[in-house]
Ligand binder design. Structure first.
Ligand SMILES: [Zn+2]
Length: 189
């Protein structure tokens, strides 16, 4: 079981990012956005994702990083291929993950969402450990923020369809939702 203390996941490696902003009182957390990221694209392991979210990425280290110069982005959590979790922003603050976005006609999804990155790409299957941890994390977040109902768990592709494709066709929504439902039922009995 995962647990949250003062906005931070107890079981995560906490790496506080400078890229966040406080939530307003009116911003009830009601949306969970699933993303993917890999740096360089398609390569796993290494420290580049941490470096990006902490504002420490050496943009000369790889040709593809040039576009990332000056980019200020973050997410609340990253679930790595081995299932370990890093957290960069307190759940009670806004991470800068969604960009220009809208959900159910409401814009600026960062204001009222939590952003979870899976280390991966649109087309490479995610690992079982990633699904296990994503399910455990989602249940933990739903416990803390009950407005995140099943219907309010979406991909970045759903809130910014013209710009974004993640988590991509590799993400097994049906499997994820089914496990989530089963696990939630099991926890209640
Ligand atoms: Zn994304």
């Amino acid at each position: 079981m995962l647990s949250i203390s003062s906005g931070w996941l107890v079981q995560a490696l906490n790496l506080p990012s400078p890229f966040f902003s406080p939530r307003e009182l009116a911003d009830e957390i009601s949306l969970l956005v699933i993303h993917n990221i890999s740096l360089p694209a398609g390569q796993f392991d290494g420290n580049c994702i941490n470096d990006l979210f902490l504002g420490q990425l050496d943009c000369n280290a790889h040709a593809s990083f040039k576009d990332l110069k000056g980019v200020e982005v973050s997410a609340h959590c990253l679930i790595r291929r081995d299932g370990s979790i890093n957290q960069y922003v307190s759940f009670t603050d806004k991470a800068w993950h969604a960009g220009v976005s809208s959900f159910k006609q409401r814009e600026r999804c960062n204001d009222y969402s939590i952003g979870i990155e899976l280390e991966g790409t649109d087309d490479i299957p995610y690992t079982r450990k990633q699904y296990q941890q994503l399910i455990a994390l989602t249940l933990c977040l739903q416990d803390q923020f009950p407005a995140i109902i099943m219907d309010n768990i979406v991909g970045h592709c759903d809130i910014a369809p013209e710009r974004k494709t993640d988590p991509g066709p590799a993400f097994e929504w049906q499997y994820f939702r089914q496990c989530l439902t089963e696990q939630a039922t099991r926890n209640k009995t």
